[in-house]
Design a protein around this ligand. Structure first.
Ligand code: MYR
Length: 131
């Protein structure tokens, strides 16, 4: 189950990914240490998400397979949805400013939640521990 609170423990290639996304160097340096904490609460197809980081706190919800909008911390708007493929969450989102696609997955691997990101051919991961 994805339910619970997850704190980022480490990231792989996240700075390169942010660079591909067009995030400037100062913000990338800050975002590399954003202390991101995500709380997920799934009931059937519905997820309630609480996000907390050094940039902001955000409460939101989405339903699997239903398109919603999501603003990145820098204001970039995404539109897309999460689906479930087996035990893996798979999200496909489109940037509203340039129409390019960002793909993301969430999977539980051992005791950790692994979130992958892919944009413009650059892939990254952030790995979370229960907290
Ligand atoms: C959620 O389930 O947490 C809310 C929806 C997430 C949408 C996709 C998130 C992509 C985040 C990419 C970070 C980019 C930083 C430049």
């Amino acid at each position: 189950t994805y339910n619970g609170t997850w704190k980022v423990d480490r990231s792989e290639n996240y700075e390169k990914f942010m660079e591909q996304m067009g995030v400037n160097m100062v913000k990338r340096k800050l975002a590399a240490h954003d202390n991101l904490k995500i709380t997920l609460e799934q009931t059937g197809d519905k997820f309630v998400v609480k996000e907390a980081s050094s940039f902001r706190t955000l409460d939101m919800e989405f339903t699997l397979g239903v398109t919603f909008e999501y603003a990145l911390a820098d204001g970039t708007m995404l539109s897309g949805s999460w689906g479930m493929e087996g035990d893996m969450m798979k999200g496909t989102f489109t940037r509203k400013d340039n129409g390019k696609v960002l793909k993301t997955t969430r999977a539980i691997v051992g005791e950790e939640l692994v979130q992958s990101y892919s944009y413009g051919g650059v892939e990254a991961k952030r790995i979370f521990k229960r907290g």
